[in-house]
Design a protein around this ligand. Structure first.
Ligand code: EPZ
Length: 420
């Protein structure tokens, strides 16, 4: 297995281009199943998760052309409405093919995604939304077997709590349902707005995406479209924090401070200066160390959970004590013991981690069990004294495009060591 070797302590200077958002691209790709015409998705990141979903889409009958960052998908006919276990279990976002298949073909058999390292992550809200739209849903040997003879119909769906995936899934399915669907307590993440923009370009009528009440007027058919994926706010926030950990100044091309929402203010409070320019954001650290700030992860526009691990790495060397509360996932602190191996002073009690900043971390071999946690170890390694080896790079390959290339262009000593 490949590893990353990082020699820390070098400030970062230069420019990093922020890629298209993985978490948006995956749902846009699922939208291709809703039409027999081509959907062209520009600014698609080249990532392992994207490749995995392409495999699944191909077996449903989608023609795929991927050149540079332009992805062209065309589902002229649906060859199979079954999404097999092997292709869904590795990535939860694959489950989102269920709604589009059901909306277009009136039936689907899709493997349940199962749990994952950051928590149990059930799909009950997804299924309840589809059932409210008239789908008959059964479970059969780990598969969701859904049918809607005569098609889906509009419904009023009130989510008991905010779910990004269930909101997206309901929007995808409702585009082709008969009548109007109204979602309340919907997620408001930028990726949801991006999905609605793309669907509307395909002829859908999704109103108010990005607010908690979303209205979707069903249409008879959708057509092709060209759409550009929104910049990845997680990648952007992570590289901004890399400046916090290692010092220096970076220009993050395509970065948008507005996409960070509350996290933008937190980074400023922690001692980073973020300046929005025409084509991106300039980031520098004020002072030698960051300052401790308390955070609570929340759905958008709160501080987002996908930056929590990286923020903990930043706080590990900040001046003061930071209290970090994770409210979205029940098991998203696995990076804490790994950071502790590098000298971080962190105590975890349930959903709360208390981080006492130390002056410097020391490099060590470390390993993380999920994508964003792996990035937090990279950030820690960039600021640490000596060598850090981050094991299990395949997690990073799922969600950070050309990570070591982007960082080494800015002066970081980071390289991939090929494993067996
Ligand atoms: C999306 O996951 C993202 N993934 C996650 O990013 C992100 O952390 C999360 O949203 C929160 O922002 C993708 O977009 C592919 P949720 P999702 O449904 O949609 C519970 C990354 O690193 N829940 O908003 O799965 C769930 O267990 C990943 O890129 C139910 O109980 O998240 C969680 O506790 C990690 N039942 C909470 O809701 C359901 O039916 C929020 O999850 C659905 C969710």
């Amino acid at each position: 297995m490949d590893r990353l070797a990082i020699i820390g302590g070098r400030p970062l200077f230069g420019e990093i281009a922020i890629s298209g958002a993985k978490n948006s691209a995956l749902k846009l790709m699922a939208a291709s199943l809703l039409t027999d015409e081509p959907l062209v998705i520009e600014n698609t990141p080249r990532l392992a998760d994207v490749d995995m979903l392409l495999k699944l889409l191909a077996q449903h009958g989608v023609d795929v052309e991927f050149e540079g960052s332009t992805l062209k998908l065309q589902a002229a006919t649906i060859k199979s409405t079954e999404a097999p276990y092997d292709l869904v279990r590795k990535m939860r976002a694959s489950f989102n093919v269920l709604g589009p298949l059901l909306a277009r073909e009136g039936k689907a058999r899709v493997s349940l995604p199962g749990g994952c390292a950051i928590g149990a992550r059930p799909v009950d809200l997804h299924l309840k939304a589809l059932a409210a739209m008239g789908a008959k849903i059964d479970l059969d040997e780990g598969y969701v077997v859904a049918s809607a003879t005569g098609g889906l119909h509009g419904a009023k769906i009130d989510f008991p709590f905010v779910s990004v995936g269930a909101t997206e899934h309901a929007i995808l399915a409702a585009t082709l349902a008969k009548g109007e669907t109204i979602l309340t307590n919907a997620a408001r993440e930028p990726e949801i707005v991006d999905l609605a923009d793309c669907l509307n370009a395909m002829g859908a009528r999704v109103e108010n995406a990005g607010r908690s009440t979303v209205r979707i007027a069903g249409v008879d058919r959708l057509g092709g479209a060209h759409h550009t994926v929104v910049p990845d706010r997680i990648e952007f926030g992570s590289y901004a924090m890399a400046v916090g950990a290692a010092g220096g100044e970076l220009f993050l091309r395509n970065g948008r401070i507005d996409l960070l929402a509350a996290a933008g203010g937190v980074l400023e409070e922690a001692g980073l200066k973020l300046t929005q320019e025409e084509n991106g954001v300039r980031v520098r650290r004020l002072g030698d160390r960051c300052r401790a700030v308390n955070i609570v992860t929340q759905p958008h526009p709160g501080f987002f959970t996908d930056l929590q691990a990286q923020f903990m790495a930043l706080m590990a060397t900040a001046d003061g004590v930071s209290v970090i509360k994770e409210t979205i996932f029940e098991n998203r602190f696995m990076h804490a013991p790994e950071l502790a191996r590098m000298g971080a002073q962190i105590s975890v009690d349930g959903q709360i981690a208390t981080v006492r900043g130390v002056k410097r971390l020391k490099g060590a071999p470390v390993m993380a069990t999920d994508l964003r946690a792996s990035m937090s170890l990279v950030l820690a390694g960039l600021g640490a004294e000596g060598q850090t080896i981050v094991n299990r790079v395949y997690h990073l390959d799922r969600g950070f495009e050309r990570l070591e290339e982007k960082l080494s262009h800015c002066g970081a000593l980071i390289e991939r060591v090929k494993g067996d």
